[in-house]
Design a protein around this ligand. Structure first.
Ligand code: DO4
Ligand code: MG
Length: 296
């Protein structure tokens, strides 16, 4: 069971549940975390709560593909983990050492360390949903998408759902100096999430998600990579526990769990590209990529 939000004519976002056979049922709540809270108060899982709605209601006439989807939740904050896969460590070593891979770097150290890398990634205003434009930084010449599994967290740090995330990154800015990380990671339109939230109670094994990333240029696929969350170095609960240490998080915080797919080193995103990230059982997050418009 997945949760989406779509725009009704007039532009109001509607919360809905999508069944395994792709039927869409409107939900009475305004957002996903309201549904989680209401289910909690009644001592039910969100899944059981939704099954009650489905058993007494009808799906909407539109098919899922006909709906204009928006972010499945307005996450006040998006945090992200880094260097949680070998592929990310190796790519970062390459950008930090200019290809001289004999030295041990802080990326090697954090990959092995007890404490994971966690950084602040985005706010609701900087995060876009499915189909919306992602933006390139105007002062970087080496930019890539980072396809990541996103955890949707309650304010207590409970994982209540899974989504797809894109942690857009500037490899040249990060490679120049690790202290530039916030600039390499955060700008207007540098993060997307969606298209859906998969309820945690409907996922048997979160370490067996297959992730595929495709990048299209002028209609042609120019990059394709795939990986599995089974390659994750750390446990999801471990990542969440570090985020929560002496911290306050909001209901519906999203924690991206690190990238396992990095495009070839000579690749950079260009205006007009389209990035597609698919996580089986959650959906395909597709976003056009645009240059920043001066003054907007
Ligand atoms: O170390 C910098 C960021 C790493 C990251 O975003 C990732 O591994 O996904
Ligand atoms: Mg990342």
């Amino acid at each position: 069971m997945r949760i989406i939000r779509f725009l009704q004519s007039g532009g109001t976002p509607i919360l809905a549940a999508v069944t395994d056979d792709s039927r869409v049922y409107r939900l009475p709540q305004n957002d996903f975390m309201e549904l989680v809270r209401e289910a909690d108060e009644e001592g039910k899982t969100p899944l059981a709560w939704i099954q009650g709605i489905i058993s007494s209601g009808e799906p909407i006439p539109e098919m899922l593909e006909e709906l204009e989807l928006v972010v499945p939740l307005e996450a006040a904050e998006v945090w992200a983990c880094g260097v949680t896969y070998e592929r990310s460590r190796d790519a970062r070593n390459y950008e930090a050492t200019g290809g001289k891979l004999d030295a041990s770097t802080f990326y090697d150290k954090v990959y092995e360390a007890q404490r994971p890398e966690i950084f602040f990634k985005s706010t609701a205003a900087r995060t876009v949903g499915p189909g919306r434009d992602l933006y390139l930084r105007s002062d970087s010449n080496w930019q890539i998408p980072e396809p990541e599994l996103g955890l949707v967290l309650s304010r207590e740090g409970r994982i209540v759902g899974y989504t797809v995330g894109n942690d857009m990154s500037c490899r040249d800015i990060e490679g120049e100096n690790p202290l530039y990380l916030p600039q390499a990671k955060m700008w207007k339109g540098s993060c997307s999430i969606g298209p859906a939230i998969r309820l945690v109670e409907t996922v048997e094994d979160p370490y067996s998600f297959q992730i595929v990333c495709r990048i299209f240029r002028e209609g042609e696929k120019v990059v394709e990579g795939s990986a599995s969350t089974g390659q994750l170095k750390r446990k999801l609960d471990e990542l969440v526990s570090y985020l929560l240490r002496d911290n306050t998080i909001f209901d519906g915080t999203v924690l991206l769990t690190g990238t396992c797919i990095v495009p070839p080193d000579e690749f950079t995103l260009l205006d007009g590209d389209r990035v597609e990230i698919e996580i089986e059982g959650i959906g395909v997050l597709s976003n056009p990529v645009k240059s920043q418009v001066a003054g907007s």
